[in-house]
Design a protein. Sequence first.
Length: 147
Amino acid sequence: MSRLYVLEGSASTKEEALRITADILAKEGCVKEGFLESCLEREKDYPTGLTDYCPVALPHTSKDYVDKEAICVLRLKEPVKFKSMEDINKDIDVKIVINMALLDDDKHIVIISRIIRNLKDQHFVKKLETLSIEDLKDYLEEKIFTD
């Protein structure tokens, strides 16, 4: 099973938000050197901001930069701009960054599908924004990692 890290913090840019999540993943021994740079580079060509009603970004990169599967969720006190997944010219105000470090391509698809399915539910999105960090971790483990 993947490890899940959930934290709250502040960032002034998407790059800073990605650095915060990558630093946690690196500190926990989950990712290799170059993970952050690869996430940043991928974000330029394949942005991960979702929609205006869903203030979430789903950054990730190749399994080549992953040692142990993990997801780091950062809830921002103030939103930062990510480019839209649907329109690279559009900015999305993102408050939740879900940075994924996954090894198995099939599992990657399953995890992203579960996240996207849950994000279509406005109650789920509201809980991402309002639950305590401890409760949010438990909630996400139940919604994302429970088969």
